[in-house]
Ligand binder design. Structure first.
Ligand code: HEC
Length: 165
């Protein structure tokens, strides 16, 4: 094989490999975009936040403190897809849950209904402040008279620490 032919063959093989790699990277990027596009943003998980927020009140009121703690835990976890789909806005949620919502969680852990009632009421204003701040002032959370989910026995007696890790 002549030197030129060898160089040409190697170059062609290298180009072929490179274009395959670029094509594969493009394909992976498209798949990542598709998956991200299929994940919920804020609206879907916020429905869950709303329901769990209401439910925890009835759990606490009936002394089912583990259920109250559980509702709070998954109220937060429900927002996980937004880490990927709305990273900037997710940071605001993260701070809200870690700081603004902390007194509610503290009252649950202390199983203190008086403190819980006060803090659970007070935080509604902050939920709504975030809505207004993000252009959703028309979504105004109000306290429900009955739980969002009727299919759970709120009257089971439990301790806040009963929630499995
Ligand atoms: C970090 C900002 C932020 C915080 C904090 C927040 N929300 Fe929201 N919430 C939103 C946004 C943004 C929407 C609108 C969703 C959209 O269009 O993407 C929303 C929508 C909602 C909805 C309507 C969901 C639907 O589509 O039916 C409910 C209910 C709700 N929030 C409840 C709450 C409750 C309860 C709290 C407090 C415990 C809370 N939110 C705290 C940003 C926030």
């Amino acid at each position: 094989m002549g030197k030129i032919r060898l160089v040409t063959t190697i170059t062609c093989a290298a180009l072929l490999l490179l274009s395959t790699a670029i094509y594969a990277a493009d394909d992976i990027q498209k798949q990542v975009d598709d998956i991200r596009g299929a994940l919920p943003k804020f609206a879907v998980p916020m429905r869950e936040v709303g329901d769990r927020f209401q439910n925890m009140y009835f759990a606490a009121k009936e002394g089912n403190w583990a259920l109250a703690a559980y509702m709070s835990k998954y109220m937060d976890k429900a927002m996980n897809p937004a880490k990927v789909t709305k990273p900037t806005e997710y940071e605001a949620w993260k701070t809200f849950y870690a700081e603004t919502f902390a007194p509610v969680n503290k009252a649950i852990q202390a199983q203190d209904m008086k403190a819980f009632e006060k803090e659970h009421n007070a935080v509604i204003q902050h939920c709504n402040n975030c809505h207004a701040g993000m252009g959703y002032g028309f979504i105004k959370v109000i306290k429900m008279q009955t739980p969002a989910d009727a299919g759970i026995d709120y009257k089971v007696t439990s301790k806040a620490t009963d929630v499995p890790k």
